[in-house]
Ligand binder design. Structure first.
Ligand code: KIV
Ligand code: ZN
Length: 534
């Protein structure tokens, strides 16, 4: 049995109406291309998840890399409240790695998995059914030697023969699994078929009522949330999901959508989660900023348009009675209407109050930095909206401590009949100053080329977008970029009232992300020193 006694997640029969929210943003979300996070970033997201009130944080896959192990360890040492979980294959090495990563966690879980479907058995694992059962049992038992709380996942369950699935699940429960997760790994299920699978297991597996039944759905057909909710309707009491629905390929079930569906349609589900829903929007923003991936405007719950009413008939309805067109209040998910809040004469106190209302609790040091940026912005922009403030907080945090290169001056020339050119000055961490100039196809291209000359980091631009974050002629523009570098694909963002400056800052954001990655020793050092400050 376990080396130290810990309480596993409370089984559903004890709290029949409570759905456990298992967040895998830092594992399934982070492992998909273009969404990777460093240690400092993982910790910031983990804090947001803690504030949100998630029950379980899957912080990584300890055996995948030393960096993953270190990140899980960092999260488990600093985040109290949620259970911290690490993924493992059914091997001693993986389970040992998870133990190493989690042994300091006040509450910990080992999540072991093994594929069960014919296609995975025949082509990936090359194992017969009997061997799958044997390995699953072995894996769960090995995990139980160290952990009281053990989750077992039947990978690709949605494409597994029902009888065999029931056999593996029953064997895993007998071996000591406390949570049984039934993943739709490739997003193949429909709500009706997924519910049938879960109902079949509930009827045919001995001991299923003693464990928590969990759902884990991918979004290949756009059905991850619908399938997860169908699972809840037939008795699943844990939902595995990610903020903004990030994850492998088309993503995982979106946490904010699952949670708000359960809350808004409590009349149908009759269950609840422990999520502080007013923290959903700030947490979503944090993940957008950290990964450099914006959600689309019309994304349910957290998109910029989720509570916007443009059409005249809708506005009229809203004014007469809000519920004519709104099923949730924006404040419930942490959205406040984009309203004029502050201007150039507003003080530090007013700024702090407004930020607190928006869900940001900043240290004095952080507030000083945001206030300084706020004053600079207020000189350039008459009206400061909530979205401006949020952008300042988020971008201020982005630059804090981790930037290798910073821009000190920029000038560009362009116009009909002239060759677009840019001259730029950068300072490198440590204080060394550099200046160079370049010509390009346009001023933005010239800026990128000048930065490449100074930093020696060359990339191929894959995507370049500018989106206004607020309204008015002096609105701030958010520039987002995606580039290809020999070490991978990177995304960066920046915000400015001047699109050329914003483009330069976004390009530097990308360059900084690349520089930190291709200098692993320095990356580790910088992240360690940043940890004390995030
Ligand atoms: O999608 C999946 O099957 C997984 C498992 C490892 C739980 O992510
Ligand atoms: Zn998955």
């Amino acid at each position: 049995m376990s080396s130290e006694s810990q309480k596993p997640a409370t089984p559903p029969d004890r709290i029949p109406d409570r759905v456990i929210v298992f967040d895998t943003t830092l594992r399934d979300g982070e492992q998909s291309p273009g969404f990777s996070m460093n240690l400092g970033q993982k910790l910031r997201v983990a804090r947001a998840l803690q504030e949100l009130g998630v029950d379980v944080i899957e912080a990584g896959f300890a055996a995948a890399s030393p960096g993953d192990l270190e990140a899980i360890q960092g999260v488990s040492r600093q985040i109290e409240g949620p259970i911290i979980c690490s993924l493992s294959r059914c091997t001693r090495g993986d389970i040992e790695a998870s133990w190493k990563a989690l042994q300091d966690a006040p509450r910990r879980r080992c999540h072991v998995f093994l594929a069960t479907s014919p296609i995975h058995r025949d082509f990936k694992l090359k194992m017969a059914k009997e061997e799958i059962v044997r390995r699953a049992v072995e894996g769960v038992k090995m995990a139980r030697e160290k952990f009281d709380d053990v989750e077992f996942s039947t990978e690709d369950a949605a494409r597994t023969e029902l009888e065999f699935l029931a056999q593996v699940v029953e064997a895993a429960i007998e071996a000591g699994a406390t949570t049984l997760n039934i993943p739709d790994t490739v997003g193949y299920a429909l709500p009706s078929t997924y519910a049938e699978t879960l109902s079949y297991l509930r009827k045919n597996v001995r001991g299923i009522d003693r464990v928590v039944m969990s759902v884990h759905c991918h979004n290949d057909l756009g059905l991850a949330v619908a399938n997860s909710l169908a699972g809840v309707q037939v008795g699943a009491r844990q939902v595995e999901c990610t903020l903004n629905g990030i994850g492998e390929r088309a993503g995982n079930a979106s946490l904010e959508e699952v949670v708000m569906a359960i809350k808004t349609r409590a009349d149908v589900f009759g269950v609840r989660t422990g999520i502080h829903t007013e923290k959903l929007y700030p947490a979503s923003k944090m993940v957008q900023q950290v990964t450099g991936n914006l959600v689309q405007r019309n994304k349910a719950i957290v998109g910029q348009n989720a509570f916007a009413h443009e059409a005249g008939i809708h506005q009229h309805g809203m004014l007469t009675h809000r519920e004519t067109y709104e099923i949730m209040r924006p404040e419930e998910v942490g959205f406040t209407k984009s309203q004029l809040v502050l201007g150039k004469h507003s003080g530090r106190h007013a700024l702090k109050e407004r930020l607190t209302e928006l869900g940001y609790r900043l240290s004095d040091e952080q507030l000083d930095k945001v206030f300084a940026d706020f004053k600079l912005l207020a000189d350039k922009k008459k009206e400061i909206y909530d979205a401006d403030l949020e952008a300042l907080v988020i971008h201020g945090q982005l630059l804090k401590g981790l930037a290798l290169w910073e821009m000190t001056a920029l000038s560009t020339t362009s116009g009909t009949g002239t060759l677009p050119a840019a001259s730029i000055s950068l300072v490198k961490a440590g204080g060394q100053r550099f200046q160079d100039a370049a010509a390009g196809d346009g001023p933005v291209d010239a800026v990128f080329k000048a930065i490449e000359k100074i930093t020696g980091i060359e990339v191929r631009l894959r995507d370049y977008r500018i989106q206004s974050v607020t309204v008015g002629e002096d609105a701030q523009g958010e520039v987002s970029l995606e580039v290809e570098h020999e070490t991978g694909v990177y995304r960066g963002r920046a915000l400015s009232t001047d699109v050329i400056e914003g483009s330069a800052q976004a390009f530097l954001d990308v360059v900084n992300r690349i520089a930190l990655r291709i200098r692993p020793e320095e990356q580790v050092q910088e992240e360690k020193s940043a940890l004390g400050r995030v």
